[in-house]
Design a protein around this ligand. Structure first.
Ligand code: GLN
Length: 345
């Protein structure tokens, strides 16, 4: 056993060195700033999509806001456009709350209670809840923590004796990934709280079906709050880069999550990060990613970099139009697709 452990330690050290060398070779001839500038210029005038308006505050956000940021795992930052204006993080928060539960309670906690499978439905599908209900209790829930029912359930799983304690942990992990203290955009929180009957219905159903075991009203409220956290494109790219660096924030240098627990988080992002368009996204980019109806998308090239784009107009699936196009172009230019390996022959 001891020999085996030493062997795996040695081989993983060798693998890390080999990966670092390969990444260095790829980066040597890549020009991230040129790629960021080119994507910004190309999509700046693209006027497709529409701001989300089912949350009234989101309809008021400037649709021309456009910020692009790449942060590498060694902390280099490349930006274009407005990377300072904050939007609400919305569904991108689902990644970090899921990460908090995995960090606290292990990789199996999310898999057993919520599941790690695509629903194939929209992000707030109630039909999906009914469909997976048939397998609850079979030990194989076919839901995931990146659509609303699973995300509200994940929020309910975060430990804490009071709502305040749970909230501290939720905002805490967001702060750690971003590398700065973030705050809730109160206008968005109020606007969504006043209009989130559908999420309340989802919370009540998830409680009735045994996914949520604590106060579902509290879970829906904290979920609404986490969706209202204000972030800019640079924050989001730093969060993505922290995932790319296996939990090490490249700006603060802090290991904010156990490195071994990051790959499962990325796997759920790859499976369900862009809702019912996740397969299409993965087909074209190969990148684990997550979108939010505030207009942000983060994408992760493991071991290399994180990209984030903020642009509020969305397509029919609820994903930012410009963000999808800009990220795909940049990743392509930087050879970010993890499936496109370089093979020595
Ligand atoms: N807060 C939003 C909601 O629950 C998040 C949805 C999203 O970003 N897709 O409806």
């Amino acid at each position: 056993m001891q020999g085996w452990n030493r062997f795996t330690r040695m081989t993983s050290a060798m693998t890390v060195a080999a990966v670092a060398l390969a990444a260095a070779a790829l980066w040597a001839d890549a020009d991230p700033q040129a790629a960021v500038n080119a994507a910004f210029a190309k999509f700046k005038t693209l006027n497709e999509g529409k701001n989300a308006d089912y949350i009234p505050a989101l309809a008021k956000v400037d649709p021309n806001l456009f910020g692009v940021a790449v942060v590498t795992v060694d902390g280099k930052v490349y930006t274009a456009g407005d990377v300072a204006t904050e939007v609400s993080i919305q569904s991108i928060s689902k990644v970090f709350t899921m990460a908090q539960v995995i960090e606290e309670q292990g990789v199996e906690s999310i898999e057993k209670r919520i599941g790690v499978d695509a629903t194939g439905g929209r992000f707030n599908s109630i039909i999906a809840v009914e469909a997976v209900r048939t397998v609850v209790g079979s030990g194989a829930p076919e839901m995931n923590a990146l659509v609303n029912p699973g995300a509200i359930s994940a929020t309910s799983m975060v430990k804490g004796a009071s709502a305040d304690e749970v909230w501290k942990r939720i905002i805490g992990i967001h702060d750690e990934f971003a590398g700065r203290p973030l705050a809730v955009l109160q206008d968005v929180y109020k606007s969504e709280s006043d209009s989130n009957e559908r999420n309340q219905a989802i919370g009540a159903l998830m409680f009735a079906y045994g996914y949520i075991k604590t106060d579902w009203r509290q879970a829906v409220d904290l979920y609404t709050r986490q969706c209202s956290i204000g972030v800019n494109a640079k924050d989001l790219a730093t969060m993505a880069a922290t995932l790319a660096g296996m939990g090490r924030n490249p700006t603060t240098g802090k290991q904010v999550m156990d490195a071994a627990k990051v790959p499962p988080v990325l796997a759920v992002m790859a499976t369900a990060g862009l809702y019912d368009d996740s397969g299409k996204w993965l087909y074209h980019t190969g990148l684990p990613a997550k979108s939010g109806v505030g207009g942000g998308i983060i994408a992760v090239s493991p071991g290399k970099f994180g990209i984030a784009v903020v642009s509020p107009p969305l397509d029919a699936a609820g994903n930012s139009v410009r963000a999808q196009k800009a990220i795909a172009d940049i990743s392509n230019a930087l050879r970010g697709n993890p499936f496109a390996a370089t093979v020595d022959r």
